[in-house]
Design a protein around this ligand. Structure first.
Ligand code: FAD
Length: 318
């Protein structure tokens, strides 16, 4: 069942969902299953699986020359979605990105998903490869998520890249898109970011999932500005319990977000990561309670490979 159908069926109740990462190449899928298992008692209607594109690494040869190699550390998003769906009888939402894909490869990936009965997709641009600095689309690929969303919407009308339109070929994907309460790092300003978000919705996005944030006021303000801009689709807040002291610098560096002063102070005073984790859980719990009271349709948690803190939060709420 599609994400938007789950939200509609919830009838005003806030749902619980979360995101997992594919295992690193060579790792066993059972480690991932054992991370998901403890969260299944909270009945997530869907689980997101991230997509990780290739990176460049340089290997030194004995003669001193460097060889540039392409490495994918976490392949397998589509297969993992199918495996989770099969194992836990839950809907899965693969993330699909523009980076590294031609339009034809995107179409083929979507045909695979259609055959697997996966009917929701989170459509993203993807980040630039670190050594590239700026995002570079494939020569015949999409430059922005809105164009990937356009391709998905075309497929939903039965319009394939090089085939005549025919309704019987139509897919029926529910299309998710990303939103940034604290602005996407490349957007010139928040207003422009919301205009681009509106464009993604106009091209066919059915719902929005936000980047993680730690100050609910940022979300409330963002949601208000989205509604004022005419965006009417559901907006699902993304949350993450902070789990280590190092995340005080890692999260802002990686996700371009601000951590509230009170949280920074409380975590800084912790003696060790165990104490920091307790602060992170309490903070996330308070955020979740306030968002639920506000009436958000779903709370979406970023696991970043660790489920324990999310389980503690969910146990209090769902
Ligand atoms: P876009 O919507 O294309 O926006 C990119 C930038 O361009 C923004 O600054 C925007 O304001 C601007 N822009 C948008 N449209 C236009 C336009 N038409 N003209 C000019 N400028 C425009 N990354 C991964 O690699 N794998 C994942 O699994 C993944 N999952 C994510 C899940 C969530 C919920 C979120 C919030 C992010 C995720 N990301 C993931 C990160 C995401 O790929 C990056 O943040 C990326 O830099 C932007 O993706 P986007 O889809 O928001 O891009």
């Amino acid at each position: 069942m599609k994400v938007t159908d789950h939200l509609a069926q919830a009838d005003g109740k806030t749902l619980f969902s979360f995101e997992v990462l594919p295992p690193k190449k060579g790792e066993d899928i059972h480690t991932l299953f054992s991370n998901i298992e403890p969260l299944m008692e909270f009945k997530p209607p869907f689980i997101d699986v991230t997509y990780h594109r290739e990176e460049y690494v340089y290997r030194q040869h004995p003669n001193g020359l460097l060889e540039k190699k392409t490495v994918r550390r976490r392949p397998g998003t589509v297969g993992i979605c199918a495996a989770i769906k099969n194992r836990f009888d839950v809907d899965t939402v693969p993330h699909l990105i523009c980076g590294g894909f031609t339009k034809e490869e995107t179409e083929n990936a979507l045909i695979d998903l259609h055959f697997l009965g996966i009917d929701s997709v989170l459509a993203l641009r993807g980040d630039p490869i670190k050594s590239d600095g700026v995002f570079k689309p494939e020569p015949d690929g999409h430059a922005y998520a809105c164009d990937l969303i356009g391709q998905l919407a075309d497929l939903n009308k039965g319009e394939y890249l090089d085939e005549a339109q025919d309704d019987t070929w139509a897919t029926d994907f529910c299309i998710g898109t990303a939103g940034y309460p604290e602005k996407h790092f490349e957007a010139p300003n928040s207003g422009a970011d919301i205009r681009y978000l509106k464009h993604k919705v106009d091209r066919g996005a059915d719902y929005i999932v936000t980047q993680m944030f730690f100050d609910n006021e940022q979300f409330f303000d963002y949601e208000r500005r989205c509604r004022e801009a005419g965006i009417t689709v559901p907006i699902i807040p993304g949350l993450k319990p902070l789990t280590t002291k190092a995340q005080l610098t890692m999260l802002p560096r990686t996700f371009f977000l601000n951590l509230p002063e009170a949280l920074v102070e409380a975590v800084s005073q912790c003696r060790d990561n165990e104490a920091a984790r307790a602060v992170g859980i309490e903070w996330c719990l308070n955020q979740s309670r306030e968002l639920m009271a506000h009436g958000v349709p779903c709370l979406h948690y970023y696991s970043m490979g660790k489920a324990e803190s999310i389980r503690k939060v969910a146990k209090e709420l769902f």
